[in-house]
Design a binder for this molecule. Sequence first.
Ligand SMILES: *[C@@H]1O[C@H](CO)[C@@H](O)[C@H](O)[C@H]1NC(C)=O
Ligand SMILES: *[C@@H]1O[C@H](CO)[C@@H](O)[C@H](O)[C@H]1NC(C)=O
Length: 262
Amino acid sequence: MSRRPVNPSRRLADAGSIPFVASIQSKSNNSPLLSIGLVIVGAILLIGYCYSSSGGASSDIKDVTKLEGGASCSLEVLQALPVLKKAYGDNMHKVLHVGPDSCSVVSSLLEEEDTEAWGIEPYELDDVSGKCKNLVRKGIVRVADIKFPLPYRAKSFSLVIVSDALDYLSPRYLNKTLPELVRVSADGVVIFAGYPGQQRTRGEEVAKFGRPAKLRSSSWWIRFFFQTRLDENETSGKKFEQASAKRSYKPACQVFHLKSYP
Ligand SMILES: *[C@@H]1O[C@H](CO)[C@@H](O)[C@H](O)[C@H]1NC(C)=O
Ligand SMILES: *[C@@H]1O[C@H](CO)[C@@H](O)[C@H](O)[C@H]1NC(C)=O
């Protein structure tokens, strides 16, 4: 077993039959990661503003993002949302996010017009903000183990976005989980994965995720997609790159775009 066992009531397979109950760990203060993340996001916005008003190069923005973005690709999803919107357009109308900090991602998505969003948080919730509790209570965000089949019909969501979560799965589970994510999508799956060599806080990681992240190279992922018969969507990949270039946005995580099943 590579991950902490979850309480059976947490299993996704049961989610349809029993009212979903999530126990939110009460921690004395909010996630330090999240606070650090917010500070970083603020810093990036400030630097971005300074650079755009002075017309300077944007390479420093990238460095700042890389430094802390390594700790969480979910925070990277927040930054990438405008770019994803450009690349996926109408396909962003019904989104499932899977990964840590799902409450933040889902909240941001819900602020967009004409966007429905759901989330799966595969690990204990760190964010015990009222907003997050509320999303969990309404069943919009579920705490569930993604090693089990997802309780959704095929093509339930136009787009599935997954961040960080796959980095903690061994190939044995990846083999099942990734095709499941593709199955419930209609217009694509976007994967945010860490770059090999990105430093993450190991102790904290093992406590939360049960094991340290296995950060894989892009060639590893591409071979894996091939073996599991998943196709990259070159059209959306290109659109994402073009929209990124236009905004001088450099993702701090690897981003892959997969096609849904026909
Ligand atoms: C995953 O699936 C691929 C293709 O079906 C197979 O070649 C590979 O051995 C599997 N890996 C594991 C760890 O089960
Ligand atoms: C590939 O991406 C394009 C553009 O985002 C999208 O319209 C199309 O449905 C995708 N194709 C598949 C098979 O997922």
